[in-house]
Design a binder for this molecule. Structure first.
Ligand code: F6P
Length: 361
């Protein structure tokens, strides 16, 4: 059995531990593993020479603790409309003698994997995205590390913000889903959390911040800073984002970033001191947290077990806190977005803290 493993889409902490987990699992059964560099790109090129690397158990220790992807990433879409390269993939898989591909990625990479699998390329998926919005799984690699970066950064920023009584806009990632903003902001005791799932009015934002500042005033200067956590994919009511000139990747996405700065520029005349910072790639660049190492290892090992059990065309997933395998097509279902009614307090533009209902035992 010869397994090809690849990492596609944006990098995320946990990819290398997952590769290590695949190699660990494979060595248990005497399977061979080769790394395919730059995601699906490795299988759509004519000359695969520089894209292929042998991965033996000697890589496990090193990969287990590294951020990013030692196999590199790309947003190559082998099945893009108008540029379908399935035939080339099939040819390369045959040429390289691969029996199965383990693709580690998000909805785009695994969606392409599902399409290829339907066309006869054996694929198994491992979920990753710091946004934690994939259908079919409660966990995707990178989320926990990114949350920790948000939490620690908010703590660091608070020292400066406290000193200057700043209204601080902290921008975090999250294109369609605001989980990073919601859960990172919750842990950081943010004053306001803005998520893509709920469009807000600028006037509302100004009044909520103003109200919170008013309430803090009697507690003294120490409390006159406000932390606003903003997901990069937020929508401002009444303002349509027009990016006609934007460069799209092969999956049709343009890069986000800067909405926190935009909000700061809109509000800087309303408050004495406003500042902005985007955490951007610091969220993806940290070395993997304990959880991302553990989950990467488990996902990797179980992907190999799935090969052994003939579960081709499936993805490793976490459901109800247990590891399961789900059909790859699940990834194409609607993303896991925040249920605003359940988790978001629209009046305060903030997280609804989960409470035990009286009577619950
Ligand atoms: O999907 C994960 C993610 O981190 C999103 O939150 C973000 O919009 C995107 O990737 C940015 O990716 P890149 O700049 O690498 O294209």
């Amino acid at each position: 059995m010869r397994i090809g493993v690849l990492t596609g889409g944006g990098d995320a902490p946990g990819l290398n531990p997952a590769i290590a987990g695949v190699v660990e699992g494979a060595s248990r059964y005497g399977y061979e593993v080769v790394g395919l560099k730059r995601g699906w790109e490795a299988l759509v090129v004519k000359d695969t020479g520089e894209y292929v690397v042998q991965l033996g158990p000697e890589i496990i220790r090193e990969y287990s603790r590294l951020g990013g992807s030692r196999l590199h990433c790309s947003r190559t879409n082998p099945v893009s409309e108008g540029g379908d390269r399935t035939e080339q993939v099939i040819e390369n898989v045959k040429k390289l003698g691969l029996d199965v591909i383990i693709a580690i990625g998000g909805d785009d990479t695994l969606g392409a994997g599902a399409a290829l699998n339907e066309r006869g390329v054996p694929v198994i998926g491992i979920p990753k995205t710091i946004d934690r919005d994939l259908a079919g799984t409660e966990y995707s690699l990178g989320y926990d590390t990114a949350l920790n970066v948000i939490c620690n950064s908010a703590e660091q920023i608070s020292h400066s913000a406290r000193s200057h009584q700043t209204v601080f806009f902290l921008e975090v990632m999250g294109r369609h889903a605001g989980w990073l903003a919601l859960r990172g902001g919750e842990a950081a005791f943010a004053d306001v959390i803005l998520i893509p799932e709920y469009s807000f009015k600028i006037s509302k934002l100004i009044s909520v911040i103003g109200e919170k500042l008013g309430k803090s005033r009697e507690m003294g200067l120490e409390h006159m800073y406000k932390l606003i956590v903003v997901a990069e994919g937020v929508h401002i009511e009444g303002e349509e984002e027009v990016r006609k000139d934007a460069k799209l990747d092969e999956f049709g996405h343009y890069s986000l970033g800067g909405v926190g700065n935009y909000l700061k520029s809109l509000l800087e005349h309303n408050f004495d001191h406003t500042r902005y910072m985007a955490l951007a790639y610091l969220q993806r660049g940290a070395s993997p947290s304990q959880k991302d190492r553990q989950m990467g290892r488990r996902f990797g090992n179980n992907a190999v077990d799935m090969i052994k059990d003939g579960h081709i065309g499936y993805m490793v997933a976490l459901q109800k806190s247990r590891l399961v395998s789900v059909p790859l097509e699940e990834i194409k279902k609607s993303p896991s977005l925040i249920d605003v009614d359940k988790y978001y307090d629209r009046d305060n533009l903030n997280v609804k803290i989960e409470r035990i209902r009286s009577g619950n035992k």
